[in-house]
Design a binder for this molecule. Structure first.
Ligand code: ADP
Ligand code: MG
Length: 702
């Protein structure tokens, strides 16, 4: 046991009460936890902002000046105090809502102060609410000139003296105590190769930087180390799985595949589709179990790749499962595949929550006896009573909608415990490389980076409410040409009731503007019974209804090539990736398609930025990168996977190069010492075991 394992309670200045808060609020339990609680930002205490050059976008600022007029308005508890704060370029306001009667008497005129805090913009002026206000002291300033660490903290912690400053004090105490205890853990060759500064120095510099250069070096090293251990885990899992499990060998390219290829394939495969099929083909005959993530933008043609992979399995006498997140989508897959397979002796069925008892019983019997070759379905397919005779390939569509558990349940459906089915997981959410390597590091990745020929790029237009009539006009024009229109409303759980009302109001106004019998408007939302949903959806899919008013249930996978207009209401409430997914519902035919983003007049800066990006580019990868940058990884992947991505210092959006370096090294270490048993890896081993205990399990399949 190392000193770093000491309970945080025993650090001078903490004690049981504060320790409990640190546990609860920040997940800090011991010295190590605090040491690895890094500043999220630094403020250059040698620099002052000019009051006339502050923007509300600035994160934290400090201004040097003197107090001017002080005004108090209202009565407690709604009182506020506003003090003018004047420097040589102009003035800002300092504002207090609490503690006014204590603060007021301490404020001195004609005294130079430094005000520090987060700027806001209100009533045409910049202000700082509850600033840190300290008298300026030129001498001290000289001595302390440095980068000051800023720690994120919570209201509860601040209330007990653990605001950023308080945490900074604890870090100082801690570093003095443990500095000598911090040992190097990375091998000398890595340290030399990447010019890493020592571990000890990194911790000191990351909390109390001597200079921006040293801070950079410290952060680089700590990020590298964080990625290194993540990659060790991911790669070890991958290796262990490869060693533990055999893969079915699908050697044969048989009749069904060949007949399909010769007679049924409705188009020429794109180069990217061919390449990916080769990769899959290689995996399927390699003897190790395939775990492949197939990424391809919406409309890139993943389905045909899935089907042709399925035929490889079937030709070798195995069964195939295709799992889709919604019943509408699995139904579309089922229909689509049937159509593609017409004339081929391939037995395919659909299983969803709506499947009738009698039909299900029959289906399950056929499945167990091997009479069925492809089973398409929803979560219903994961139930225990669904037993395959010999499941050889499991395909998951729209992987991001499923969690770890679902994948491992499919994994377990093989008849042979040591040979799980080959897995092909498909996603249209283009995942930036960094994220894929971290989150799905145990998967091999294939990318379809080419759209089928003849597609016209979708035109994206941003409109505010004022432009609504014009939008209706365009809709009429498109419908007159025989096209169909999607109209999507956001549905976000917190305000479900309100959203629902928006949707119904929207539907009514559309129904008024596009009256029966000239127009048919279908509606689909989450509160409908599945059967009604399917009925309405079918009206649109079959072309009976020209307009579909829907919530995001259509986000995933629905394919109506005749639809050429996607209107997204309150577009500012959607994330970039979601907008891109929705947009991908159109542009599937040869016609010019449009995506119209409707927003209110007032948009936040981030909202504006998102609209601009959408209008500017159709490239899913670019959008995913931007999304990652704007929103962070947790949001991007949906709640199922967040938490897995709470990195301590590395940044998935920005640190791709560091990740690649760390991955290379981790791979090299494992290749030469798979069990980390060699003496030169003893420190890595120790740290790795600690890491495994602390982190959620990164591997998707266990
Ligand atoms: P996604 O990758 O979003 O699942 P789909 O597999 O649904 O995309 O394919 C989108 C559309 O493109 C379908 O209508 C499909 O028939 C068509 N398609 C796929 N591959 C090709 C190709 N190589 N050439 C022409 N059309 C194709
Ligand atoms: Mg699809």
């Amino acid at each position: 046991m190392s000193l770093l394992d000491t309970s945080i309670e025993f650090l001078k200045g903490v004690g049981p009460k504060r320790a409990e808060l640190l546990n609860k609020e920040l997940g800090i339990f011991n010295y190590r936890g605090l040491l690895e609680y890094y500043p999220f930002r630094y403020v250059d205490k040698t620099q002052y902002h000019k009051s006339n050059a502050i923007s509300p976008e600035d994160a934290l600022i400090q201004v040097k000046g003197k107090l001017g007029k002080i005004q108090i308005s209202g009565r407690p508890p709604k009182q506020r105090m506003v003090a003018e704060f004047i420097d040589d370029s102009g003035s800002i306001d300092l504002v207090w809502f609490k503690g006014i009667r204590f603060i007021k008497p301490t404020l001195k005129p004609d005294t130079e102060y430094v005000a520090f805090g987060r700027p806001n913009f209100f009533n045409g002026r910049i202000n700082i609410a509850h600033p840190d206000l300290a008298e300026f002291n030129a001498e001290e300033e000289m001595l302390n000139a440095k980068l000051q660490p800023i720690y994120s903290t919570t209201e509860k912690l601040s209330g007990r003296g653990m605001n950023s400053k308080g945490i900074e004090r604890l870090q100082k105490t801690l570093l003095v105590d443990v500095f000598k205890e911090i040992q190097e853990i990375l091998p000398a060759d890595q340290i030399e190769k990447w010019h890493l500064i020592s571990r000890r120095k990194s911790f000191k510099e990351v909390h109390f930087p001597e200079s921006p250069e040293l801070l950079q070096k410290a952060r680089w090293r700590l990020k590298y180390e964080e990625f290194f251990f993540i990659q060790l885990q991911v790669l070890r899992t991958q290796m262990a799985n490869k060693a533990k499990f055999k893969g079915f060998v699908f050697d044969l390219i048989g009749d069904k595949f060949n007949t399909f290829f010769k007679h049924n394939l409705p188009f020429e495969l794109t180069g990217a589709q061919k390449r990916v099929l080769k990769e899959i083909r290689f995996d399927l005959r390699s003897g190790t179990q395939m775990n492949r993530l197939l990424q391809g933008d919406v409309g890139s043609g993943k389905t045909i790749v899935a089907l042709m992979s399925a035929l490889m399995a079937i030709d070798n006498g195995f069964q195939v499962a295709l799992l889709a997140p919604t019943s509408i989508l699995s139904y579309q897959h089922f229909e689509g595949l049937q159509e593609l397979l017409v004339g081929l002796p391939v037995r395919i069925k659909l299983l969803t929550g709506n499947t009738k008892t009698k039909e299900r019983r029959e289906l399950l019997r056929d499945l167990a006896e091997g009479e069925l070759e492809i089973l398409v379905g929803t979560h219903a397919l994961l139930e225990d009573r669904v037993v395959f005779k010999n499941l050889g390939l499991a395909i998951i569509d729209e992987q991001h909608r499923f969690g770890v558990a679902q994948r491992s349940r499919l994994w377990a459906k093989s008849a042979e415990p040591t040979s799980p089915p080959h897995m092909l997981v498909m996603t249209a959410t283009p995942i930036p490389r960094t994220l894929a390597m971290t989150l799905y590091g145990d998967l091999d990745v294939s990318v379809i980076d080419e759209l089928p020929p003849g597609r016209k790029a979708i035109k994206t237009i941003h409109k505010t409410d004022a432009g609504r009539l014009a939008v209706f006009g365009s809709m009429r024009k498109e419908i007159a040409k025989g096209r169909q229109v999607y109209l999507v409303y956001p549905l976000i759980n917190e305000s479900e009731q309100l959203d629902y009302k928006d949707l119904m109001d929207g539907y009514e106004s559309i129904a008024r503007a596009f009256p029966n019998p000239e127009y048919q408007v279908a509606i689909v939302h989450g509160k409908m019974k599945p059967a009604d949903k399917d009925y309405e959806m079918e009206r649109f899919v079959s072309g009976q209804a020209q307009i579909l008013v829907a919530t995001t249930v259509i986000e995933v996978g629905v394919n109506v090539p005749n639809a050429s207009v996607m209107i997204i209401e309150s577009a500012e409430r959607f994330g970039l990736s979601q907008l891109h997914q929705l947009r991908g519902r159109v542009g599937r035919g040869a016609e010019q398609s449009f995506c119209i983003l409707m927003t209110g007049n007032k948009l936040s800066n981030e909202g504006k930025k998102r609209m601009e990006i959408m209008v500017r580019t159709n490239d899913g990868f670019e959008i995913a990168e931007e999304d990652l940058r704007l929103r962070g990884p947790g949001d991007l992947m949906g709640t199922q996977q967040s938490g897995l991505l709470d990195l301590k210092i590395a940044d998935l959006a920005k640190d791709n190069q560091i990740l690649v370096a760390a991955r290379e090294e981790a791979l090299q270490v494992l290749n030469n010492d798979p069990n980390l048993a060699k003496p030169e890896h003893s420190q890595i081993n120790l740290q790795f075991r600690r890491f495994l205990k602390e982190r959620p399990n990164w591997s998707r399949i266990s």
